[in-house]
Every structure is written in C-alpha cells, then in structure tokens.
Design a protein around this ligand. Sequence first.
Ligand code: PGA
Length: 256
Amino acid sequence: MNKNLRKPVIAGNWKMNKTAAEAETLIGELIPVAKDATCETVICVPYTDLAVAVKLTAGTNIKVGAQNCHFKKSGAFTGEISAEMLKTTGVEYVIIGHSERRQYFAETDLTVNRRTKAALEAGLKVILCVGEMLSEREDGITETVVKLQTIADLTDITAEQMKNVIIAYEPVWAIGTGKVATDEQAEEVCAFIRAVLAEKYGKAVADGVVIQYGGSMNPKNAAGLLAKENIDGGLIGGASLKAEDFAALLSAATNG
Ligand code: PGA
C-alpha cells in the first residue's frame, strides 16, 4: 500500500489558547506521552508560546509550528511575523490558510499562496489547509472547491518543494463543531486531493505527500479515520489541548 510510503503526522493546532505559563504545563505533560510515538508529532502554538515551546521540546520528538506567517521578509507590516523570524526562532512548521483565517481575516487563495511560498523559501514545512463550507457540500461542489483551493494555493510550488508541504483537508462544517466527517467522506476527499496532486506533479510525488484530516478529530473517531488509505494524520484543535486526548491520537496514529 502506498500509505506505507508516508509517515503519519499528528499536529495540534492550539489556536488562540494557552499563555506561555500554561503552554509550559501542557508541554511538560506532552513530552512523556509523545516519547514512543512513531508518527511525527507537531504542536502549532500561538506566537507568544513559540520561544518556550522550542526550548522545552529541544531534544524530544515534538516539533514546533506556528499558525501563520507573513509573505514579506521584513517591513512596514504592523502586527505581522515573517517566515524568517519563525525559522530563526527554531520553528519547523507553519499552518497556512486555515479556514478561520480565510473566514475572519480575509485570507484568500492569493495570500495563502504567497505565504506558502515565503514559508517554503525560509525553510519551513507548511501545513496547507483546504476544505469546503457546509453550503458548498450541500450544493455538491466540494470537489470543485477543494480542487480550486489546492491548485491556486500551490501556484509556482515545485515538485521538490512538495516534500515540505502537508495538505490538511478540513471541512469547515466539521471544525470545532463536534460534527466529524465520516471515515468515508474524509477518505473520498483526501483521495481526490491526491488525484489533483498527481495531475499536477505526477503520481510518485502525489504518493509521497502527507494528507491530514482535520475537524473534530478525537480519541473516539481517530482510529477509523487514520486507517484510511489516503489519510496520513490529523490537524487537531480541541483535542490537542488536553494531554490525555492528544496521547490517544498519537497512539491511534502509531498503531494505524
Ligand atoms: P477541531 O479543529 O479539532 O477543534 O475541530 C481543527 C482545526 O481547526 O484545525
């Protein structure tokens, strides 16, 4: 199975949660539970927690990610953080194009693409989020939407750079709602995304790309989702904030 070519990646998306002191506590709980995980383990924390996260996870198998970055290296962009700044802080991953940024912060496929390019050029690994809204699913245009996002967001990204890109399929209606996609619904779209990548980059490249599912993934539903051929991990919000839940997801990915 081609699934064996890919190492699963479980990434926590802490969103706007945890002060630096709270992060220290949670990371202290996560380090022992992540110790034996055979999947890649990532925590994407708020900017203010990055320094403490990088320091505490040094020498462990937990990698640190941010949740966004700007596309310019420096300049008059009040409130923004560049990809280079993240890289020099010791960050390895960055989430780009999360639906909350698209919905609440006017993120478009153009800016998602620019941020993706900047992050890759700075040497970061990108977790690129795509996914349809509930109305789009109900209108039967899930594949059209997801294809357009994937193609637009990856404009000018080379096959070589795809080694550092993870795609997170996150149906917007499943995020933070407790309404998880069924294993079949999630697999269908993840397989479709892989086919879109194969069309653009060829099958060998597409088979190597990690595609995560995200949206209300939790210890109860993770094993079924992660067993699917085209689902190589998860981007996890709510359940990444509790060490016990995150531990269960790591072991589901380790055994899956
Ligand atoms: P959730 O969030 O697991 O809380 O649904 C997932 C995400 O937004 O990445």
